[in-house]
Design a protein around this ligand. Structure first.
Ligand SMILES: NC(=O)c1ccc[n+]([C@@H]2O[C@H](COP(=O)([O-])OP(=O)(O)OC[C@H]3O[C@@H](n4cnc5c(N)ncnc54)[C@H](OP(=O)(O)O)[C@@H]3O)[C@@H](O)[C@H]2O)c1
Length: 263
């Protein structure tokens, strides 16, 4: 039984790097890659075209307001009827491209848009894909060698350190921070609900570091060169965390270096 990985938000940035990594380093894994405009994502098209037969790109679904962000829904994994790994990557920093620096910049519309994409979208992905993860074969992560299989699937929500309430000393970025704090609560809730059944799903939030992608571009000049990771390097670090996940590590947030981030 081949492993099945689902990457949501595969068009660019970290989502695209997850796709590249899985195709390169998991030669037997099938990949389901979702993004809202599959035909518009040139780099993504090139990756998919180079791997015929291994990649499924589901038809784009409705937008966030319609409930299925970035395409997908349960049909996405139907090819095999199960999934071993789902990575929710899609997010926006803010509709303007820059986070709010103070209350002056806050608007209800922008807060709602950011929450819809960053918090509601991944939660609905979990809703639609958890049945597939519960039917997974536990092909990602680490099972306890001395025990029966402990998890059937892994759900990753890409968070950000700035979503940590305990770690917040600078303030600002109301919409983005709130959206990631809400996402972290969803991760915790999901870990409890999906950890109850016999077929357990490991649910964690992962922070990728500061990564050279479009999302963080307005801030790159303030980041020391050795602290600005390439998407491929960040995903390599994140995949090595995923490889070591088991049910004991569910319901937590981890940074790219494996350290735990307080909620
Ligand atoms: N880059 C960093 O430094 C950094 C740091 C901490 C956390 N993160 C987190 O890492 C994850 C990946 O970020 P990234 O840096 O790869 O960002 P990115 O390069 O800007 O890519 C963003 C992705 O989200 C999708 N997206 C944005 N708005 C959407 C919407 N309304 N509906 C559906 N899809 C939408 C984009 O799709 P389109 O191509 O269709 O627009 C794209 O696939 C995010 O969760 C982000 O919060 C990133």
């Amino acid at each position: 039984m081949a492993a099945v990985a689902v990457v949501q938000g595969a068009s660019r940035g970290l989502g695209l790097a997850f796709c590249r990594h899985i195709l390169l380093h998991r030669p037997s894994a099938a990949l389901v890659a979702t993004c809202r405009r599959p035909s518009g994502a040139a780099t993504w098209r090139a990756v998919g075209a180079g791997n015929p037969g291994r990649v499924t790109v589901p038809a784009a679904g409705r937008g966030p307001a319609g409930g299925r962000q970035g395409g997908g829904g349960p049909r996405s994994g139907k090819r095999s009827g199960r999934a071993d790994l789902v990575v929710n990557c899609s997010a926006t920093l803010h509709p303007s491209g820059k986070g709010e620096t103070s209350l002056r910049d806050v608007s209800a519309e922008d807060v709602m848009a950011t929450l819809t994409t960053n918090s509601v979208g991944p939660l609905l992905m979990a809703k639609y894909f958890c049945p597939l993860l519960q039917r997974g074969g536990g092909k990602f992560g680490q099972q306890h060698p001395e025990k029966a299989k402990q998890h059937s699937g892994i759900l990753i929500n890409m968070t950000a350190r700035v979503g940590s309430i305990g770690d917040n000393v600078l303030g600002g970025w109301y919409s983005y921070r709130m959206s990631k704090a809400a996402l972290n609560m969803a991760t915790k809730n999901l870990s409890i609900e999906l950890g109850r059944n016999r077929q357990k799903v490991v649910c964690v939030s992962l922070h990728p570091g500061t990564v050279d992608t479009d999302l963080s571009r307005p801030y790159h000049k303030n980041v020391p060169k050795n602290k600005l990771f390439s998407a491929d390097y960040s995903v390599q670090c994140l995949m090595s965390i995923i490889d070591r996940l088991n049910i004991d590590k569910t319901g937590k947030a981890y940074a790219w270096d494996g350290s735990e981030i307080p909620w």
